[in-house]
Design a protein around this ligand. Structure first.
Ligand SMILES: C[S@@+](CC[C@H](N)C(=O)[O-])C[C@H]1O[C@@H](n2cnc3c(N)ncnc32)[C@H](O)[C@@H]1O
Length: 360
């Protein structure tokens, strides 16, 4: 039986160093040590643990929700290379035998890169016979079961792959860690998908009715042309859109949007009835973090989603420092919050942060 001593993490191409720095940092906080192999622009990172069993511990105990730069996380064995074209299945089944039993799903995946895209159709075809072979060995259940572990086969070329698994309560539920969202043709900008994805990632579906329902008031700082406002309007909210630029006319015609041509850093809400603050202003992360802290400390909103645009260097440190600053400021004022942050699929040189005020 092979030891599974690696953690495979998918990330945005170009952010491998950040993903590696983060897994090394967060694993060491659990006294798990190893080294991260970084291949620039590969779209993934391998974290190899020094001690046997540590990867299996990490994939279970390191909360996937706390990882900012990883889109998916699973434990795997060594790279299976030189797989024979006429039988790739046997080495994969051998690797997984004894490591996993009755998994609930199988995902045959690739990195989110151009090379990965070239392999996608091969992976789709290969899934069918592999699924059958895994079922025959009882490594995979006959019927998909979302509460059982997920088998991941990650191809980096047609004859090389990693085989492993993730836990369904501690992984991304999406294939390749990417939620598939359709761009709404009437939305004023593509960045509308960022806010939609943020809702999918940060807010459990069973709470959408309570936290994203019609009638809530929202403020959108840096709103133009209105992609984020569109998401709020679509959910029947009333939106104060703050920006010097022009707002989309169709959105204004809904009657649900009030546009203020003001500085988003100076705007203050007139009434204390704002539930959501969203903010997509292009500014230094520290300045945006301060602004968000001010809103939460003053009780001007209950929940917020905002982007931190990242500088070119030391991006993990920048993110970590800003989130720590936010936590500290709120802590000092005894304001209880839950903070989540993620580099979303639709984010580019930025991450998205969600903060919810918790009372009681
Ligand atoms: C990335 S765009 C926002 C796109 C928008 N979220 C959407 O989905 O259509 C950034 C916007 O922030 C606005 N902005 C930048 N600094 C601002 C400030 N200090 N006050 C108000 N708006 C600002 C810019 O005018 C620009 O329209």
């Amino acid at each position: 039986m092979q030891k599974l001593n690696k953690i495979i993490l998918y990330c945005r191409s170009g952010f491998e160093k950040e993903c590696a720095a983060e897994i090394t940092d967060k694993a060491s906080q659990q006294e798990i040590y190893g080294f991260a192999k970084v291949n620039e622009k590969s779209g993934y990172v391998i974290f190899e643990c020094y001690q046997d069993n540590n990867a299996e511990i990490l994939v279970k105990t390191l909360s996937f929700r706390t990882l900012i730069f990883a889109r998916q996380m699973f434990v795997a064995g060594d790279l299976l290379s030189n797989l024979p074209a006429n039988d790739r299945i046997t080495p994969i089944v051998e690797t997984l035998s004894g490591c996993i039993d009755k998994a609930g799903d199988l995902r045959v995946e690739v990195a989110d890169t151009n090379e990965g895209k070239d392999l996608a159709s091969f992976c789709r075809k290969f899934t069918v016979p592999l699924r059958q072979a895994l079922r025959n060995k009882r490594l995979l259940l006959k019927v998909t079961n979302p509460s059982r572990p997920v088998i991941h086969i990650f191809f980096i070329s047609s004859n090389c792959c990693y085989a492993g698994y993730s836990y369904s309560q501690n992984n991304s539920p999406f294939y390749m860690g990417i939620p598939r969202l359709r761009f709404p043709s009437d939305a004023p900008s593509r960045s509308t998908l960022k806010l939609e994805e943020a809702f999918h990632i940060f807010i459990p579906y069973e709470e959408w009715e309570e936290r994203l329902h019609g009638g809530l008031n929202a403020v959108d700082l840096g709103a133009c042309p209105g992609g984020w406002t569109y998401q709020l309007v679509k959910r029947s909210m009333m939106v104060y859109a703050i920006d010097n630029g022009p707002m989309d006319e169709k959105l204004m015609a809904t009657g649900q949007v009030k546009h203020y041509r003001e500085d988003g850093f100076k705007f203050t809400p007139k009434k204390h009835n704002i539930y959501w603050l969203v903010c997509d202003m292009v500014e230094k992360p520290a300045k945006v973090t301060e602004l968000i802290a001010k809103w939460l400390i003053n009780g001007w909103c209950r929940e917020t989603i905002f982007n931190l645009k990242l500088p070119m260097k030391k991006r993990y440190e920048e993110v970590k420092n800003n989130l720590q600053l936010l936590k500290k400021e709120l802590n000092n004022k005894q304001i209880n919050v839950q903070i989540q942050a993620k580099q979303l699929y639709h984010d580019r040189e930025e991450i998205t942060v969600h903060v919810q005020r918790i009372w009681g």
